[in-house]
Design a protein around this ligand. Structure first.
Ligand code: NDP
Length: 296
């Protein structure tokens, strides 16, 4: 079997195409969707991610504000930047690019973002709604992007077994909740660094989602023939055959394509979906702000 490609680029394009009319409707009401991205420090990968987000805004006609602070900025400076963005009318989404420098408490800073502008979906109020099985908050972009890809590929989830590798606040844990929610109805197991029988768990799963940060950890013999495999991982690995000396690798070995029915590529899989869902959350935050204004 050669796995079909869970093509994040194609799926993201469909998501973006669906946003044009909604953005037009906002503009007809005199409101331009507006996203602010805060980046602290000079981590090259973070700057690449922020650049992709700003370019997606440009493609769609979403206004973007890019706030850059030096790596030696204080937590107070980041706090006041967020508070000022919270109070800005006509600004609908705020994103603080992860990781923040080690001297900052990332969680408490992102908690400051007003839940209605929390387009990353990491605020406890938005994650709490998800725990309650409510889909009406801002959903975290990467796991909701994975869900959209599965839907796009027509993958059946009801009654299927899913193993999520990783339990982070931004990917693994919300992914488990989204797969187990009523209506999606997978039976979910979450594995982490202390799990003892990870390979056996994977080998019996209908769906495997890898969000670990370990290059090519998931091997061909871990996967049940015909399983669906989604690779969230983005890892830089040395590669002297490339001019730049490195390449991107996922958490899943490419040979998994020999046994899986679907496999998402890296790059071109979950990455573009994360950005598309961020754009969708920004448009949704804008629409909600318009309906709040009409209600008041
Ligand atoms: P974290 O480092 O926050 O979490 C990694 C998780 O993997 C932890 O829960 C950890 O367990 C678990 N883990 C570590 N080793 C193992 C192991 N051997 N077996 C099973 N689980 C293990 O990473 P993130 O969740 O933020 O990101 C994961 C990957 O996804 C990274 O490569 C990241 O770059 C990528 N990513 C990609 C995005 C995209 O848009 N495509 C967006 C966000 C992330 P424990 O909790 O016990 O430490």
């Amino acid at each position: 079997m050669v796995a079909q490609r869970l093509d994040g680029k194609a799926c993201a394009l469909e998501v973006e195409n669906g946003l044009h009319a909604r953005i037009e409707q906002c503009k007809l009401r005199g409101v331009m969707p507006h996203l602010a991205v805060v980046i602290v420090g000079d981590d090259p990968a973070s700057h690449v991610y922020v650049g992709s987000k700003v370019r997606a805004c440009e493609r769609l006609g979403i206004q973007s504000t890019h706030i850059e602070l030096p790596s030696n900025a204080s937590e107070d400076e980041v706090r006041s930047a967020i508070e000022s963005l919270n109070s800005q009318e006509g600004l609908h989404g705020i994103l603080v690019q992860s990781p923040l420098p080690p001297h900052m408490d990332e969680e408490s800073l992102t908690d400051l973002i007003h839940p209605s502008k929390d387009v990353d979906g990491f605020h406890p109020q938005n994650l709490g709604r998800l725990v309650q099985g409510r889909m009406d908050g801002m959903l975290p972009c990467t796991p909701s992007g994975v869900m959209r890809m599965l839907e796009w590929a027509g993958v059946e989830t009801s009654g299927k077994t899913a193993v999520i590798l990783g339990r982070s606040r931004i990917v693994g844990m919300p992914q488990a909740l989204l797969l187990g929610v009523k209506g999606v109805d997978a039976t979910v197991t979450v594995a982490h660094s202390r799990t003892r029988n990870t390979t056996e768990l994977c080998a019996s799963a209908d769906i495997v989602i890898a969000a670990v940060g370990r290059p090519e950890m998931v091997r061909e013999d871990w996967i049940k023939p015909g399983a669906v495999v989604v690779d969230v991982g983005i890892n830089r690995v040395d590669d002297s055959s490339r001019e730049r000396g490195w390449r991107l690798a996922g958490d899943v070995h490419p040979d998994v394509a020999n046994v899986a029915s679907w496999l998402s590529p890296v790059p071109g899989g979950v990455g573009p979906m994360t950005i598309a869902m961020l754009m969708e959350n920004t448009v949704r935050a804008t629409e909600l702000s318009i309906s709040d204004t009409l209600d008041s």
